[in-house]
Design a protein around this ligand. Structure first.
Ligand code: NAD
Length: 300
């Protein structure tokens, strides 16, 4: 039986690891916050006392951590008093990082991993906490063909779409391109809806019109930012749950760093980052990213 170590059991990692347990593989978990492991041990996972303890002897290691510095610390030991996993694991262990991090860090870890005989696949996800719980995430992978092939088998227990963007780091680049586009669509949809409301239109009617017209997009179809237009979305629940503004700010920062590296022209992404930073600074950091709608609806 395949044994998997899952490290990082936050909003995303915990439901993802639970789906692996359900699929029948042996899962050993670790998180710096011990309480985070409880929901996993309740469904049959084993808890380890350290990341190394979880990963030792595993066939596959999966990580779901906040940012690049956490991933570099864990795999390389950078800035940490502990040795990196790459210094203690047996060569051949498949390493999959599902965190959203900068592509440079992902490439660097992949290079060091390859030099020590490991396949490292960056596999950031799209689909949010609901997709993580339902096992319907999209995994956007970067790595070698053989790494992708091996990773796909494991990731299929947690996702519906497993895509290969290219070599090491390509998954991260594709992920931040997607999130930059999503942020722009969310902002533009919000301002359009509010302008319609200001002119006396019903936002439900306007949404239906735009959905089947040339302005149709994912936010109108699945995630309307105007309260009470759609059921079961964060805007109809006080913007609770979903994808936090702080995480969107992080992803937009990554997209702007990436744009600088290649001198790419991303004016809409730059503006979207500024608007989301401003929104976070007004105390909205932990609310869902569709709450950007209030920047337009609350103007007096
Ligand atoms: P989170 O902050 O809820 O969880 C991160 C977990 O990692 C925490 O439980 C933390 O204790 C743990 N951790 C940090 N360093 C660790 C270490 N060295 N060893 C063990 N555990 C450690 O974050 P999240 O919402 O689960 O997001 C995780 C990643 O997924 C982020 O990169 C985020 O950008 C990305 N993401 C999140 C969403 C979302 O909707 N939340 C959607 C897509 C992608």
């Amino acid at each position: 039986m395949t044994s998997i170590a899952f490290i990082g059991l936050g909003h995303m990692g915990a439901p993802m690891a639970a789906n692996l347990v359900k699929s029948g593989v042996m899962v050993k978990v670790f998180d710096l916050v011990p309480e985070a492991m409880k929901s996993l041990t309740d469904v049959g996972a084993l808890a380890a006392k350290s990341a190394c303890g979880a990963a030792s002897g595993a066939d596959v290691v999966i990580t779901m951590l906040p940012a690049g510095k956490h991933v570099r610390a864990l795999y390389l030991g950078e800035g940490s008093s502990d040795k990196g996993l790459l210094d203690v694991l047996a060569a051949g262990t498949l390493l999959i990082d599902c965190s959203t991090i900068d592509a440079q860090s992902a490439k660097h870890v992949a290079e060091v991993a390859a030099s020590k005989g490991f396949e490292f696949v960056d596999a950031p996800v799209s689909g949010g906490t609901a997709g993580a719980a339902a096992g319907t995430l999209t995994f956007i992978c970067g790595g070698s063909d053989s790494g992708f092939e091996q990773a796909s088998k494991v990731l299929s227990h947690m996702g519906a779409n497993i895509l290969h963007a290219g070599g090491p780091g390509a998954g991260q680049v594709a992920k931040i391109c997607n999130n930059m586009l999503l942020s722009v669509l969310m902002i533009a949809t919000s301002e359009s809806l509010q302008m319609g409301i200001d002119h006396g239109l019903d936002p439900k009617v306007l949404s239906e019109i735009m959905k089947v017209s040339s302005g149709g997009n994912w936010t109108l179809d699945k995630y309307n930012p105007c309260p009470d237009v759609m059921e079961s979305v964060p805007s109809s629940n006080g913007y609770q749950g979903g994808f936090m503004v702080d995480l969107m700010v992080k992803d937009l920062g990554l997209s702007q760093e990436a744009a600088l590296l290649t001198n790419s022209c991303t004016p809409m992404g730059a503006l979207a980052r500024s608007l989301y930073v401003n929104h976070a600074r007004q105390g909205n950091g932990t609310r869902d990213f569709s709450s950007i709608f209030e920047q337009f609806s609350n103007i007096q």
